[in-house]
Write a protein of this length. Structure first.
Lengths: 129, 194
């Protein structure tokens, strides 16, 4: 998987990760600048620590770019020295993590959403049949 | 190489008739297709082989039509899965229909014409039996989500809203919608395994 892919977690961990990210995002939206990532992280020994740290950094990058900032690797490496340098570089360079305002215009085949385990969603026109 | 990257890598060669690409994609999709077929046929007791047959048949149809250039916008894993899911749903629906006919003493259905199949598969309106199946699955899956926002995200997604559109509706970044969709899938999968 690529560095910016969402981690596949068991439901209990996925719930905790989602809740922590919701809280982090909510703080960002208060308009008081970048929240402190440490405030949202469990103990380093917690199995959620690493996936949550990664996801919070991804969100932080997205929101900082939205705010017109240009986040750098040093911003995170300084606070989290154990952070994998390669992972951070890949995430910062991931074009998919640019802030996008424009909505997609595609449509959907509903049946495709009924299958857990795969991304569900729009069914574009795949040609004439 | 990431799974996303590896899938995207094989889609081009597949459309050029590369059998290795077909094998690689089959290995990546097989379990998901069988799982989908199982869901679509869950109302009737059957052998596991039936689900695998449906998955194999769907993948075979997909490969032949991909080779024929009928999927010009097939670029990545998401595109692949959408097409495979729709074809699999149609195959499962046809199998159920054929079995019902046989139980009534009718002759077995002739082999489906692949072009006609795709015309049906990509129509905007599902058949009555597929619509009924979808409704049942829809309601069952929603009851498994105990969080109102998760239910809302699932509903919007199934109603056809894009990730970006849902993000705008709930006031978050698209990334967060993807995270919630992944949580939803995780919850649904855990229910399936229990």
């Amino acid at each position: 998987m690529s560095a910016s892919d969402l981690p596949a977690l068991p439901p209990a961990l996925a719930r905790r990760l989602d809740q922590a990210c919701n809280d982090f995002e909510s703080d960002w939206q208060q308009g008081q600048g970048s929240p402190c990532l440490h405030d949202f992280l469990p103990d380093a020994a917690d199995e959620l620590y690493r996936p949550l740290l990664h996801e919070l950094i991804v969100l932080d990058i997205l929101y900082r770019r939205r705010a017109g900032e240009c986040p750098k690797a040093d911003d995170y490496q300084a606070r989290f020295p154990a952070l994998e340098t390669g992972w951070l570089a890949e995430v910062l360079g991931d074009a998919d993590l640019r802030w996008r305002e424009e909505p997609s215009t595609d449509t959907i085949a509903q049946v495709a959403t009924l299958a857990p385990g795969r991304p569900s969603g729009p069914l574009p026109n795949f040609g004439d049949y | 190489m990431s799974e996303e990257g590896s899938v995207s890598r094989w889609l081009g060669p597949l459309q050029d008739g590369n059998s290795t690409a077909a094998q690689q994609l089959w290995e990546r999709c097989f379990l998901d297709l069988v799982q989908l077929a199982r869901k679509l046929m869950r109302q009737t007791p059957r052998a596991a082989a039936d689900e695998e047959d449906v998955a194999l048949s769907a993948f075979d149809s997909f490969c032949r039509n991909a080779e024929a250039g009928r999927f010009p916008q097939l670029h990545d894993r998401d595109d692949l899965w959408r097409v495979l899911a729709v074809i699999t749903a149609r195959k499962a629906s046809h199998l159920r229909r054929d079995e019902a006919r046989q139980k009534r003493g009718g002759a077995a259905s002739p082999v489906q014409d692949q072009t006609a199949l795709l015309e049906q598969a990509f129509s905007r309106e599902p058949s009555p039996e597929l619509a009924a199946q979808m409704t049942e699955d829809y309601e069952r899956l929603l009851t498994q989500l105990d969080d109102e926002q998760l239910r809302q995200v699932a509903v919007w997604r199934m109603e056809g809203y894009t990730v970006d559109e849902i993000a705008s509706r709930i006031g978050c970044v698209p990334r967060s919608v993807k995270r919630k969709l992944q949580l939803i899938r995780s919850l649904w999968e855990s229910e399936d395994d229990s």
